[in-house]
Design a protein around this ligand. Sequence first.
Ligand code: MRU
Length: 357
Amino acid sequence: MRSLEPFYFERQDNCLYVLNQKILPLKIEYVRCVTCEDVVKSIKDMTVRGAPVIGLVAGYGFVLGIKEFFDHYAKRLSEDQINKKKFFLKYISDLESKLVSTRPTAVNLSWTVNKIKSFLITKLNSTNISRKIITLVLAEMKNIHQEIISQNLKISKLGYKLISKQKDKCVILTHCNAGTLATGGVGTALGIITELHRHKKIKTVYVTETRPYMQGARLTMFELISQGVPCELICDNMAGFVMKNKQVDCVIVGADRIAKNGDTANKIGTYSLSILAKYHNIPFYVAAPSSTIDTSISDGDKIVIEERSEEELKIVNGKLITLKNAKVYHPAFDITPAKLISAIITEKKVYRYPYKF
Ligand code: MRU
């Protein structure tokens, strides 16, 4: 069985449905997004999460925004195409800023929204501003999604080739969730793992629970179990003990943004795992599409780290687990220095340190 689709666009009602990842795996429920604002909210409150998927969902949010333009604004504008275009260009650049600013660390948000916006701007040179544009941007969003699906597949094949050489049956450790739910394709880190499993190369996968949002416990375990991959859940603070005692062959994680020098932003806890892996002589791999590489940023220090609300740390299953007035620090990502990464697996090639993209 394949994992659940993280979202789908329904042509019948022209709405985007996003899988509510906050309540998985206990409940399967899709949230209907009618407007761009609905999409903004679902990304901000993490109903939908995972770097490539938030990019795709934001792209569809852009499409919804364009639809809103024709439903509410277009009629009120004069027929003068020049004035209409001026207004429209300002409208789409506001849409872009609104969507890109929903979460700061993952570069995929700006990558996708920028791609769809540039497509639209090119089209505007040869098309009048009419409802026909909605169909055009929707079709382009589907192409972008297809591109991500095929990049995921290539990553899984290249990663398989690299890791299957290592051992007959591998023990792998992974962190957070970099599967279908986070990417919309077979996944990056999890794409490689499921490809290894298809070739019967997996002994077991240790999945860190990934406090506080529990992407590992709730989402990665759900995806691996649905696909029959042998896996065991561990608490984040068990990783060192597991590496020392369970012959872990490699660590594979995804990425939210990779700087020009290879420093990588990924879910909080990744950096600690990379140090543990180094100490235990375990290869540490990052798997991500090349669109996650942001060559405009020289190194990891310049990557903006998202800080999330204190409630996400203090409240578990609706219950306060510390003092009401406890002060909280809650960075959602950390930076793993390039030096600690054995290889970066993209759809184009497997890069090795020192990274030159
Ligand atoms: O905060 P999230 O859940 O949106 O975090 C993003 C992630 O899922 C990961 O850090 C992941 O490794 C990159 S997405 C394939």
